[in-house]
Write a protein that binds this ligand. Structure first.
Ligand code: SF4
Length: 409
């Protein structure tokens, strides 16, 4: 593992990295038996040992029982709600070289960084669809997308959305504090892989080479005042059972250290990048993904679980009834794409909109001038449903779609 911090990177005192990696390294999933799995399913409280059993190959024949238990936990803690949000890509400039990603600094792709005017235009389009939570993403370049740029975008976002999440390059505590002051609510940082040897091979240039700085991003975000944090491995880069164990433990130990924060886990599987690169080194099928998500829910009953448009419609419709609590809708992974893909659909929630977030306020100007050129997409998506379509589908599945669950007083 590269432990080399860049001079400006903050080092915080924490024993989480050691705890997660040592448990993951000693995890022998082939040693678990069906008796261990049955015991894990019978236990009221799922221990780390039980989690190991539920993620093991021995649990495969028990997927139905796992799904039943996960479903009961989800409905006990979240009812039948499912949260909807939309990601907005601000820039695809990146200073890192992750060999599996189409945005990496060596990729010959069309680069674009939205101006504030373009960002506002995109936000108006997204807000007009009815969405109240947006996730702002950038490639990881603190030169092309400096903190002030992201802060300005967040401030702008507060005019249109109630909740703002960030998926940007990891920063120091004080910088998270600044972004929180601008209006950001939560931060997601994907570790990509907890396998330190693989991490070093796949992340060969840029600030991302420093494994521990990335690992401690969630702690710094919480210390900087963020309400919530999210994380995950990117499944496909290394042994998925170990990656899932490490991701769950990362949240577990954070939760014990900072019980007041909100946590969420994702489950991204690697998708083909738009530059033709395919790095699905350790393929994981849908059944195995379902096993992971059920194990997450049983082990961490209060934690949000997000399923992105990397997964197809059938999988997403099914998993929200078992373990997932949050899905994206109206997704476009290109830069400045919402304008060009403008759908002119608005969700009908059947309720009165609040005054300050009235959709009709968000007048959308002619897009042509603002959308001269869009930047390339990061990866292909498998579910292209718009927000209204997703909203309706969730209702049809017997779920209650939620656009916002947080009120500022
Ligand atoms: S995964 Fe993120 S950090 Fe890595 S190249 Fe892609 S955009 Fe950059």
């Amino acid at each position: 593992m590269s432990n080399t911090y860049f001079p400006d990177m903050e080092i915080i005192p924490s024993d989480l990295l050691e705890k997660v990696l040592s448990t993951m390294d000693s995890y022998q999933y082939d040693s678990y038996t069906q008796t261990d799995v049955r015991k894990a399913l019978q236990n009221e409280r799922c221990t780390i040992e039980n989690l190991g059993a539920l993620l093991s190959p021995a649990a495969a024949p028990y997927l139905e029982e796992m799904a039943d238990k996960a479903k009961r936990a989800t409905s006990r803690h979240f009812g039948n709600t499912v949260y909807l949000f939309t990601p907005l890509y601000l820039s695809n400039y990146c200073g890192n070289n992750c060999v599996y990603c189409g945005f990496n600094c060596r990729s010959q792709i069309a680069r674009k960084k939205l101006t504030m005017e373009e960002i506002e235009h995109e936000m108006k389009i997204i807000a007009a669809s009815g969405i109240e939570e947006v996730l702002l993403l950038t490639g990881e370049s603190n030169v092309k997308s400096p903190l002030t740029y992201i802060g300005e975008a967040v401030t702008l976002g507060k005019k249109y959305f109630r909740n703002i999440g960030l998926e940007i390059y990891p920063v120091n505590t004080q910088e998270y504090h600044y972004l929180h002051e601008c209006g950001a609510d939560y931060v997601t940082v994907f570790q990509e892989t907890y396998d330190t040897a693989t991490y070093q091979i796949l992340h060969c240039e840029g600030r991302k080479t420093c494994f521990p700085y990335r690992f401690h991003a969630q702690e710094r975000a919480i210390l900087g005042g963020m309400r919530g944090v999210g994380l995950s491995a990117l499944f496909g880069l290394s042994d998925f059972r170990k990656e899932a164990l490490a991701s769950a433990l990362h949240v577990y130990y954070l939760q014990r250290k900072y019980p007041a924060a909100e946590y969420s886990l994702s489950c991204p599987r690697i998708r083909p990048a738009n530059n033709g690169q395919a790095y699905d080194l350790y393929p994981i099928n849908e059944k195995e993904l379902c096993q992971i998500l059920c194990a997450y829910r049983i082990f961490l009953p209060f934690v949000g679980i997000t399923v992105s448009t990397r997964e197809n419609i059938a999988f997403r419709n099914g998993i929200v009834k078992i373990a997932a609590t949050k899905v994206s809708a109206g997704v476009s992974t290109g830069i400045g794409d919402h304008g060009s893909k403008q759908r002119n659909e608005t969700v009908n929630t059947g309720r009165k909109e609040s005054d300050s977030y009235n959709k009709s306020e968000h007048r959308i100007e002619n897009t042509e001038e603002l959308q001269e050129r869009t930047g390339d997409e990061q990866f292909e998506i498998a579910d292209e449903r718009s927000l209204p379509r997703m909203y309706q589908d969730m209702v049809s599945e017997g779920l209650q779609p939620v656009l916002n669950d947080y009120l500022y007083v």
